[in-house]
Ligand binder design. Sequence first.
Ligand SMILES: Cc1cc2nc3c(=O)[nH]c(=O)nc-3n(C[C@H](O)[C@H](O)[C@H](O)COP(=O)(O)OP(=O)(O)OC[C@H]3O[C@@H](n4cnc5c(N)ncnc54)[C@H](O)[C@@H]3O)c2cc1C
Length: 382
Amino acid sequence: MPSINFDIAIIGAGAAGLHLALAMRDEPFFQQKRILILEKTAKDQNDRTFCFWEKEVGKWDKLLRQSWSQGDFFSKEKAIPLSLPPYRYKMLRGIDFYEFAKREITASPQFHWQTEDVQTVENGAPIRIIGQQGSYMADHVFDSRIPEDFFKKNDKYTRILQHFKGWVIRTPDDRFDPSRFTMMDFRLLWPDSTSFTYVLPLNKREALVEFTLFTPELLNNGDYDRMLHRYVSDILKLQDFDIVEQEQGVIPMSDFPFEKYSQGKHIRIGTGGGWVKPSTGYSFKNCERNSRKIVENLKAGRPANKGLIPHKFRFYDALFLDVLNRQNHLGPKLFETMYAKYPVQQIFAYLDEQTSLAEDLGIMVGFPWPPFLRSLVNHVTR
Ligand SMILES: Cc1cc2nc3c(=O)[nH]c(=O)nc-3n(C[C@H](O)[C@H](O)[C@H](O)COP(=O)(O)OP(=O)(O)OC[C@H]3O[C@@H](n4cnc5c(N)ncnc54)[C@H](O)[C@@H]3O)c2cc1C
């Protein structure tokens, strides 16, 4: 490849990199820019399912696998129906998003897509990116690699893992109601933990059933399968079914300050930029929102990462993670409290970080205080 100084380089064409590239593609300001995408894989695997909520019509609707406006929350004591309008809960297969985005991006002349495994980034003007195949220069670099310090764990930050395994199961007769999904079901728990199952019916005979934990340690692989089997047979009461697809994953839930690893025009994005909501593990919509903000910042001549991290909500997230880290068994009760006391629309607005301080306090007063006070003290003194 000739030695070109790119205006912008995006390292990693995952959720964050692709959202960012699409946001730039949609904006005339970037039409004359030279934008390099460096991705080490072919992005041809369906390696994850993206679920998110949004109000009715959305940008990805034409790619959705399924969506629901009615759902349920279950704890051992309560069954809480959730009526979502004006929101819908939406499900998008990773591969459909990757293929769509790659097609759109490579059809736009300002983009250059390069298969490359990036090794290091040397800050300067321009910034130099060194990969296995060659080196590249760019004025702005958006980097979705996770900073190495995150994995060293020798700091004061909380690290919980959201880890899960899911099966798409198929039954020989109609056993699912595709108009309702299960948001969280705490009736089957891994002992003393924050663990739950969710069920996303695709049609009357197929559903994605996923067993999920928010804990500091992973399980053995066979344990996820055993829990899924128990859920399908004991809760869903299904004996006759085929597993037609599987998915497994780990998402870091942490108050680690990823954003501090951005330097000048070398900006961390995605999981590596702190775009995963620490208390939920959701990040698809954050990738979309933050990409739009980056585009607006660049157009306005502001630092690209200005205003990306909502510090107030990160503080709440840090307290919640600290409670889970110390008293993981409290999770089911905390989620039950939330879904029992507040309308789902209020919960979604809070989790979307769209609420005012007064509205936040309105939600917080409903929670049991002692574990959060202890975490507050721990947070301030650590
Ligand atoms: C199985 C799974 C299910 C999930 N489900 C949901 C969900 O339902 N809803 C939700 O909101 N979030 C979900 N998430 C969380 C989150 O949305 C994803 O992790 C999201 O993909 C994060 O975006 P990212 O771009 O930071 O990382 P990724 O999407 O993982 O993309 C990173 C990209 O960078 C590339 N890369 C890495 N290192 C290099 C390198 N050195 N050189 C070049 N390229 C490199 C990778 O190949 C990859 O393509 C899920 C995560 C997983 C793992």
